[in-house]
Every structure is written in C-alpha cells, then in structure tokens.
Design a protein around this ligand. Sequence first.
Ligand code: APR
Ligand code: ZN
Length: 246
Amino acid sequence: MTIVPVEVLDVARTARRITVLTGAGMSAESGVPTFRDAQSGLWSRFDPAQLATEDAFRRDPALVFGWYVWRLGRVREAGPNAGHLSLAQWARSADVRIVTQNVDDLHERAGSEVLAHLHGSLAAFRCLDCGRPFDGDLPEPDAVGRAAPPRCPCGGLVRPGVVWFGEPLPQKAFADGVLACRDTELLLVVGTSGIVYPAAGLPDLARSMGVPVVEINPEPTELSPSCDVTWRTTAATGLPTLVAAL
Ligand code: APR
Ligand code: ZN
C-alpha cells in the first residue's frame, strides 16, 4: 500500500503552481527503456558516443538513424502509464507545468500539455544542414537495425530532432524550464538520475528560490541530497496515489 509522505501531501494540496521535471523513469512503466538502468538501460547496451552525437551521425548515418527509428517504434508501441495520466488529470484542477527531458510524446498522449521538451522530440525530424522540418515517410530499419536517412530537398541528411551530447538545449525550452522551476510552489522531480546538465541543475535552482523539491524515484540519485523529500516510489504508483489523495 503506497502512502503519500504527509509533507508532500500538505504542499501539493496548497500549491497554486506545481512544476514536474520528468526523466526516462517517467516512461519506464510504459515499457520505454531508460538510459542508465544497470540491467535494461539503453546506455548499458549501446554506447552513447556511438549513437547520440552529431559526429556519430555523420560517421555512420544509417546506424544512428536506424537506432532512432527503432526507438520511435518502441515509443509508438507504448502507451502513457498511470503516472502520465494522473498528471494530466491533476492539470485539470491545478496549474501543473511539465518540463521533460524525455523525447517521447507519452505526456501529450496522456492529455498533458508539455511546457518544455528540454532534449527535443524523437518525432521531430529535421534537415541536418538547413534545419527544414521533415515529415515524410521514415525508412524501416533493416535486419541489423540500419536505416539510411532520407534527404532534404536541399540535399542535406535528415536527422532526429533530439538534443545530442555536446549540443545546446533548445533556447526557448530551457528558458521556459528555468522559469517553471523558479516560479513554482512545488517541484516534483520524477524518474531522472540527475546527471545530465543543464537539466540536472534545475532542482538546485528551484531549491535556491525556496521551492520545496520532492524526488519521486525508486532509487537514490545524484539529486537526492538536494531534495527536501525523497519518495522511494515509482512514477506510475506514486503520482496516481498523490493525485487521488489531493
Ligand atoms: N519510476 C520512477 N523512476 C524510475 C522508474 C520508475 N518506474 N524506473 C526507473 N526510474 C529512475 C531510475 O532510478 C533513474 O534514476 O529513472 C531514472 C532514469 O535515469 P536515466 O536512465 O539516466 O534517464 P534520465 O535521467 O532521463 O537521463 C537524462 O540523459 O541520455 C540522456 O538525453 C538523455 O534525457 C536523457 C538524459
Ligand atoms: Zn535541408
């Protein structure tokens, strides 16, 4: 039986503005693999330097593009979980702003409006050279997971719309995320290991503004010591329990 920590409930009941910063753990119970889980994490089976950088893409476009098309397929097979759905429900009666590191669309498919996708979106393909959005058909990965990226009318290669390591975050998304973490009465940090900056710096920023920070994660993380409350539960258990108790 999951009990909402009383200090979380008290703040959540009175907060007029709530910001939720989500990471891959938010989608784990939808069957979308996280990155750093020891067993099932994506980075335990693939090397990020081989897949999540522009250099890697330029070196082997079909390998990298195929991997992202595979990931998009996993997301499309998945569905929003009870955690996503409870946030959408909460937003119908309170000012709940979602700032996510996730590149999936599960918050949106649960009915939430996402204020900021800090690391871009998996389905937002665009031209590597001119930036033109691409919404044509995607090639199916072949038997070894490779898929040659389509070309933009300008001749450039089409790339995934996610933020690769070494790339800046989308300016407006990050600015919106900073504002949402400063100007709020409660920050819930759900399902992130808190090791990829600058997103991982947002909870400290909130704390420095006197905002109560609550971590919802079954495991301790780099962020745990700077959270007011660490609630060792999962997104799809903790969030619905909290929303039901409001
Ligand atoms: N509910 C809540 N948290 C969970 C769950 C769950 N069901 N399952 C796992 N977690 C937690 C893990 O304990 C871990 O702390 O989710 C976190 C996932 O951490 P990561 O895999 O590192 O994902 P994330 O923090 O989102 O990674 C940040 O790194 O690779 C880049 O751009 C990528 O946005 C990503 C960024
Ligand atoms: Zn182009």
